[in-house]
Design a protein around this ligand. Structure first.
Ligand code: CUA
Length: 147
C-alpha cells in the first residue's frame, strides 16, 4: 500500500470518528433532537374547519397512518379554503382531485395551499406518497354544495 493511500485512509478514519463524537455530544449534551411534533402545538392540537369570511374557510388537517384526521368538509360552491397540513408520524401526501392542491405532510412542519372549489360536487383527497402498509386506504373528501 502506498504512503498516500495510508494517509487518505487515516484522514478518513479520523474525520469519521470526529463526526461520530460530534453527533454523540450534540445528541446527549445539548438536548438537540429531531423536531417536536407540531400536532401537539397550537393551532394543531386538533383538526378543525372554521369560516374566516364570506365563502372563506381555514382547514387544519393532520395526516396519520393511515387516515386524514380532519372534520367533515362541506362548503358552498365558490369557496376558497386555506389548507394547513402536518403529519403526526411519517411523510404523507395530500392531493385533492380537480384542484391545484398537491402537498406533502411532513412531521415537524406545516405545509400550506389555497384551494378554490368553483363547482358543486365531491373532490376526492388521496395520499400520493407511499407511507406504509395502509397507504392505499388513506383518503378523504371535500363536499361542495350549491350555496
Ligand atoms: Cu399516507 Cu400514503
Amino acid at each position: 500500500m502506498e504512503r498516500t493511500e495510508r494517509v487518505v485512509i487515516g484522514l478518513g478514519t479520523v474525520v469519521m470518528v470526529l463526526f461520530f463524537i460530534a453527533i454523540f455530544v450534540l445528541a446527549t449534551g445539548f438536548g438537540i433532537d429531531v423536531p417536536g411534533c407540531v400536532t401537539e402545538m397550537k393551532p394543531f392540537e386538533r383538526d378543525t374547519l372554521f369560516q374566516t369570511g364570506d365563502k372563506r374557510y381555514e382547514l387544519h388537517v393532520i395526516a396519520r397512518m393511515w387516515a386524514y384526521q380532519m372534520p367533515p368538509v362541506e362548503i358552498p360552491a365558490g369557496s376558497v379554503v386555506d389548507i394547513y397540513l402536518t403529519s403526526g408520524d411519517v411523510v404523507h401526501g395530500f392531493h385533492i382531485d380537480y384542484t391545484n392542491v398537491n402537498l406533502m405532510a411532513v412531521p415537524g412542519t406545516v405545509t400550506y395551499a389555497r384551494a378554490r372549489f368553483p363547482q358543486p360536487g365531491e373532490y376526492p383527497i388521496i395520499c400520493h406518497e407511499y407511507c406504509g402498509i395502509g397507504h392505499q386506504q388513506m383518503m378523504g373528501v371535500v363536499r361542495v354544495v350549491q350555496p
